[in-house]
Ligand binder design. Structure first.
Ligand code: SAH
Length: 352
């Protein structure tokens, strides 16, 4: 039975499901889930990501994390963690760039939070020879100082959507209309997360991501207790407003309800909600990816690499630099949030 048929049977039996339940099934269903069944990244997949575009992205992030570790007194051992490491490219670049940082590799205990068995295998290959531990969830991270990076992870976590109607909130749900999956609205409800959202006018839609809150709470507890830093890179903004649920298949947008399990589903990240879930930490200003990478020296690094290239390889390198940083490409759409213990120096490339 296809995932669409399974979901329809479930809705017929027990009623409409939340957008979060729909998203969780589409992405994580043990047999039919989008991430469970494939490696979605790269030209032959459905989308590409910053670390797959250029090695410069991971190199600069590696050096920023290592500098932050030095700034906090180089505690060892410590956890180096990545959430949703995809093909392992970002971590491979981080590890290569930080080889020369005294004590960093000797002190780190590498933990990768990844649910997809397909991508776990790809990550092991990319990080061949590296001692690493795979975890299913963030709460399994060790109780130690923690330096953590998450690129395009939080956008894959299931969101709930609420519409403001006559001063009340009604949850958007997935039900059936004429036998097909269709969006609808449930009766009024009052989720605690929306108590502060009196800014939303009637008809406005707000998204909340309960799984992101749970994950941030676990991360913040470790960093507040033992030191460390979290670096979150994703598309989104400060304080979510509007319907940002989107489906992508073969590098093109598609209807989120059209082919459950076959398209990638994401939603913009509400960075304010992430910062609020880490009340014990100091949050950076939310910074565009292009600005962050420029401050870390991507132009100098790009020039150094360009010296060794010519022809099509040089053209591709120049295009990759532009794609990561230019405001019309990923430079402005993607944002960076840093979190450190209150009173600790902010991560390089970010300001408090
Ligand atoms: N960070 C990578 C990949 C982004 S794709 C990159 O930048 O290229 C999203 C990643 O998060 C994939 O590795 C996916 O399998 C993983 N993922 C999605 N939902 C997850 C969840 N609930 N728990 C753990 N990993 C998850």
């Amino acid at each position: 039975m296809s995932l669409a048929a399974l979901l329809k049977a479930r809705i017929r039996a027990t009623g409409p499901i939340s957008v979060a339940d729909f998203m969780a099934e589409c992405l994580g269903h043990p047999e039919h889930g989008y991430y469970t069944t494939r490696d979605p990244l790269g030209a032959s997949g459905d989308f590409t990501t910053a670390p797959e575009i250029s090695q410069m992205f991971g190199e600069l992030i590696g050096l920023a994390l290592a500098q932050s570790w030095l700034n906090q007194g180089a505690p060892a051992p410590f956890t180096l963690a990545e959430l949703g490491p995809g093909r392992g490219t970002l971590m491979a670049d981080i590890l290569r760039a930080t080889r020369g940082v005294p004590g960093f590799h000797a002190g780190l205990r590498l933990h990768l939070v990844e649910t997809s068995p397909v991508l776990r295998a790809v990550q092991r290959r990319a990080l061949d020879g590296v001692d690493l531990t795979h975890l299913d969830t963030v709460d399994a991270l060790p109780d130690m100082p923690l330096w953590l990076v998450a690129n395009e992870f939080f956008d894959a976590l299931p969101i709930r959507q609420f519409v403001r109607a006559a001063g009340l909130w009604r949850e958007r749900v997935v039900g059936l209309a004429d036998g097909a999956l269709a969006f609808g609205l449930a009766g009024p409800s009052a989720p605690e997360e929306l108590a502060t959202r009196s800014d939303v006018a009637d008809g406005g839609l707000v998204e909340i991501c309960p799984a992101a809150r749970v994950a941030m709470d676990e991360i913040a507890a470790r960093i507040a207790a033992h030191g460390g830093a979290a670096l979150v890179i994703d598309y989104g903004d400060w304080r979510s407003l509007g319907d940002t649920l989107q489906a992508v298949q073969g590098h093109a947008p598609t209807d989120p309800l059209a082919a459950p399990g076959a398209a990638d589903l994401t939603a913009h990240v509400d960075f304010e909600a992430l910062a609020l879930a880490a009340p014990g930490l100091a949050a950076s200003a939310l910074t565009p990816q292009g600005v962050f990478l420029e401050r870390l020296g991507i132009t100098q690094r790009a020039r150094a690499l360009a010296d060794r290239l010519d022809g099509p390889a040089l053209d591709a390198h120049i295009a990759a630099h532009r794609r990561l940083t230019h405001p019309d490409e990923m430079g402005n759409l993607f944002k960076v949030l840093g979190l450190v213990p209150a009173g600790a120096p902010m991560l390089p490339g970010l300001v408090s």
